[in-house]
Design a protein around this ligand. Structure first.
Ligand SMILES: CC(C)(COP(=O)(O)OP(=O)(O)OC[C@H]1O[C@@H](n2cnc3c(N)ncnc32)[C@H](O)[C@@H]1OP(=O)(O)O)[C@@H](O)C(=O)NCCC(=O)NCCS
Length: 235
């Protein structure tokens, strides 16, 4: 696949089949991107993430960067229906799982992590569109075996101290704060550091996971992805 400024090769993976070097890569990128948003909670969170990362249920999409020359070669080989073995180093990944939330089958995005140099090129948006496509596939054998009817929604968790990601999901990709998110379940309770976001794919899931959000318009100021905007409006 190609985006302006980035040629990439996508590869799937499973948590219990990750090569040692890939595990190391994931740990390093997670620390680099997430230590700041988690703050003092990071050391506990890092242990949980290291365990989650290698679970058999963990599904991955890895993004390998491809050089301009290799991208040209891949195109030529595609014309003669031959695969190109020309993937470069990993620049990001998605970790997702098929699971249940409030008895609704959902695709839960555990992580979407891109290296700094791969950010802002449309890759995050592309990967989330791919995730929504995977979730909406009703003819996947795995999904049919596990859940019979396909996924009702895509769900994910975002740290409130990560306003760029909040903006990305809510304002750019039209995710909503889920009815199961702490701020919706107990609005007057102690403030949690995270929100659970969702995008429903059918009416049944929408009825369970989404609440009418009058505040959504207030969360997204049109045309703005200023990192301070979301935090201010959510507060
Ligand atoms: C959050 C993240 C996944 C977004 O992916 P990305 O590839 O950088 O975002 P995209 O390039 O696909 O951008 C999608 C839209 O958001 C906008 N956008 C993304 N990052 C932006 C930024 N830092 N500043 C301004 N706009 C930004 C783009 O302009 C684009 O808008 P458009 O569709 O109107 O053109 C990525 O930046 C990342 O990995 N960040 C660090 C880890 C992280 O926070 N992960 C999320 C944890 S839940």
């Amino acid at each position: 696949m190609s985006l302006p400024g980035l040629h990439a090769h996508l590869e799937s993976g499973r948590g219990d089949r990750l090569p040692v070097r890939t595990k190391q890569y994931i740990q390093n990128l997670l620390k680099l991107n997430m230590e700041a948003p988690f703050g003092p909670e990071w050391s506990d969170e890092e242990k949980i993430k290291r365990r989650d990362m290698v679970a058999p249920e963990a599904r991955y999409i890895f993004v390998h960067e491809v050089s301009d020359e290799d991208a040209d070669k891949a195109l030529e080989l595609r014309d003669v229906e031959r695969p190109c073995n020309c993937k470069g180093s990993i620049v990001g990944f998605v970790h997702y799982r098929f699971t249940l939330e409030e008895e609704v089958p959902v695709l839960y995005v555990y992580e979407l992590q891109l290296e700094h140099r791969a950010q802002g090129k449309g890759l995050g948006k592309f990967l989330m569109q791919l995730i929504e496509l995977i979730a909406s596939q009703r003819n996947s054998l795995l999904i049919l075996l596990l859940f019979q009817n396909g996924m009702g929604a895509v769900v994910l968790t975002v740290q409130r101290a990560n306003p760029m990601a909040m903006n990305f999901y809510i304002c750019k990709l039209r995710y909503t704060i889920a009815a199961i998110s702490p701020s919706k379940v107990n609005p007057l309770g102690p403030e949690k550091n995270y929100e659970i976001l969702c995008k429903s794919l059918d009416n049944e899931a929408q009825a369970v996971l989404e609440v009418f959000q009058l505040d959504k318009a207030l969360l997204c100021i049109p045309g703005s992805l200023d990192t301070s905007t979301y935090a201010v409006n959510l507060a």
